[in-house]
Design a protein around this ligand. Sequence first.
Ligand code: SF4
Length: 337
Amino acid sequence: MLLEVQDLKKHFPVRGGGLVRAVDGVSFAVDAGQTFALVGESGCGKTTIARLLLLLEKPTGGAIRFDGQDVLRLNRQGVQGYRRQVQAVFQDPSSSLNPRLKVRMLLAEPLLAHGFGGDRAALQHRLLELLEIVGLPPGALELYPHEFSGGQRQRIAVARALALQPKLIVLDEPTSALDVSIRAQIVNLLSDIQRSFGLAYVVIAHDLALVEHFSSAVGVMYLGAMAESGPSDAVFGAPRHPYTQALLGSAPRPDPDHQPAEGLIVGEIGSALAPPSGCRFHPRCPHAMPVCAQQAPAMLAMGGRDAGLAHLAACHLLGGGQATASAARWHEVATMP
Ligand code: SF4
């Protein structure tokens, strides 16, 4: 595996006491050339995970292994090497690209900061190569970010992320600030780049249609913890956790005959400062049982593996001692439309 995240935690102390458990024991893995998507409502902790992977925040606990190395124990030089290999593209290119710099400098900056060894001609060649990869003309080098459309600016952000030939890119809502008509172009560009360079992506997204189309594996987060994860085909094709089912059931789809299901998920996501006891989803779950408020469900394998990746879900309906007493409910969930 290229990236392995094990039991990752990030707790923020709050003034007056208490902890916001933004990420509370999340595990997943991404192989080279694969895309892992993290989905969930706002406040589920997915953006904090992106910041932890980019070393913009220090984890409270857990481990991040990249290319066999323990990232949290790297020395300064090791961190610099990690930062070269793990790049990011953020949601809004207008704020992630310095408006005072021409594209030439925006693309050259990471190369120069990491000691690009070539002469001027080699640098120019690399800059033009980057523009070509993202489908922008050579003249773009002499323009400022505001002289481009939103989609073109995101192409510049992708080119900048590619400058150092990373192995992994963290894409934080890469298309949500763009017009719907442009989103598919950026997704196709990212897919082409992934195929060409064998890149791995971690995508943070709330657009489930994008994730279904784009990811090889998916993790569904709820209030700082993973509710369900596995190969995208398995999770989207046969979601097992009631939260995943509700999320998918209520998502709009580009299908004129699809009617978003209503009433599957009620209320607001809880507070990470005082998460509900037991299963964190229990106050909103239509299938909650007494045990759900008392005991956190374990992450269990749902059977079937795709390329070594297990389909996992954490719900008392799906296994363990509690599940046998609720076979009828299990059937109810498993056969939900
Ligand atoms: Fe619902 Fe209980 Fe399963 Fe949580 S453990 S998702 S509350 S049935």
